[in-house]
Design a protein around this ligand. Structure first.
Ligand code: TYM
Length: 341
């Protein structure tokens, strides 16, 4: 069944597998806030701690990073009274539905996932089973709420296609139009923010080099230093955005500026055409500090009261369960599972 037959509902998640980056902010968080503020969809946002476990996480770090991610959501503008905000493990329906989807998804589908290939690398025998099954849990996150729209960065596109395949196969196998065929919401100049050290690699919280990314926890001096040292080519900026086609590092910095200013990259080029890096980089750093500074300050304020963050997540989990629990129950009924309650 197409998504239009369902209540308009947004779901998205962020892993607490490290501090959040400018890529997470521009590609995801900022767009979550826009969708919340548009008021057209019920919005559900999740710190996906079970996903983080697919690679090794030191327990104390995972705990702290889960709260930090929740603080980042709120500091960026997610209002827990208007949107539902919680951590994945607090709603057991995610893991339960994921098991059912493990039995719907096919090995061949999972093996084709580029993120599995990248993360497992040559050492796939040593990778966790969870890392392989990861996209089925992601499908469960989304479909446990019958979410119709999922805002994400470009790198999650293939996982969302798999979510659609799982929904379609379930609907087909059981002869029911039960799960929506969810629409990805990917776009804007910053759908794929690249590393500051290598314009062909995405900016990532797991990159070993801290200079490759801007963290939401970085202070103004660190942000300025990282942009100053960002890799570029020697040419000044051209007259038009199209001329940046084969200059990935330069294009990335223009895209970041556009993302921060909420404009298109073409519009931004009108202002910065012809500039050298000595002029452009300090300007970009200034805009980044202006945008990110208040978020970092608010994150730090929220993290000073972890009990309040836990209360917010707990209240969100109760609201999330009210939606997910009947959908899981109906899924089990359709599959012929005896439920004792
Ligand atoms: P994660 O935690 O890697 O990233 C969270 C969100 O940030 C986006 N993102 C980026 N966008 C642009 N440029 C970048 N460099 C960049 N890096 C990250 C991601 O696309 C994502 O939207 N599997 C997901 C989390 C997840 C999820 C879900 C998302 C679990 N269940 C259900 C949506 C719906 C992930 O690992 O995202």
């Amino acid at each position: 069944m197409t998504a239009t037959a369902f209540t308009p509902r947004v779901f998205s998640g962020i892993q607490p597998s490290g501090g959040l980056t400018l890529g997470n902010y521009l590609g995801a968080l900022r767009r979550f806030v826009d969708m919340q503020d548009a008021g057209t969809h019920e919005c559900i946002f999740c710190v996906v701690d079970l996903h983080a476990l697919t690679t090794w996480q030191a327990p104390d770090k995972l705990h702290a990073q889960t709260r930090e991610a929740a603080a980042a959501f709120i500091a960026a503008g997610i209002d827990p009274s208007r949107s539902i905000l919680f951590n994945q493990a607090a709603v057991p329906e995610h893991a339960q539905l994921a098991w059912l989807f493990n039995c719907v998804a096919r090995m061949g589908w999972m093996r084709r996932m580029t993120q599995w290939k990248d993360k497992a690398g040559k050492n796939s025998e040593e990778a966790s089973l969870g890392l392989f099954a990861y996209p089925a849990l992601m499908a469960a996150d989304i479909l446990a709420y019958h979410a119709t729209h999922v805002p994400v960065g470009e790198d999650q596109k293939q996982h969302l296609e798999l979510t659609r395949d799982i929904a379609a196969k379930f609907n087909h196998d059981y002869g029911q139009d039960f799960f929506p065929i969810t629409e990805p919401v990917i776009g804007g100049p910053a759908a794929r923010v690249m590393s500051l050290r290598d314009g062909t690699k995405k900016m990532s919280k797991s990159d070993p080099s801290d200079m490759s990314r801007i963290n939401l926890s970085d202070d103004a001096d660190t942000i300025a230093q990282k942009f100053r040292k960002a890799r570029t080519d020697p040419e000044p900026l051209p007259e038009t955005y199209g001329e940046l086609k084969d200059r990935p590092e330069a294009r990335n910095l223009v895209d970041i500026l556009a993302g921060l200013q909420g404009r298109t990259s073409e519009e931004v080029m009108g202002d910065v055409a012809g500039q050298g890096w000595g002029q452009f980089k300090p300007y970009l750093a200034e805009v980044a500090v202006e945008t990110l500074g208040p978020i970092t300050t608010e994150m730090n304020r929220l993290m000073a009261d972890p009990a309040e963050i836990d209360r917010t997540l707990g209240a969100g989990a109760l609201r999330a369960r009210e939606i997910a629990s009947p959908i899981l129950a109906k899924t089990m009924d359709i599959m012929g599972i005896v439920r004792s309650v």
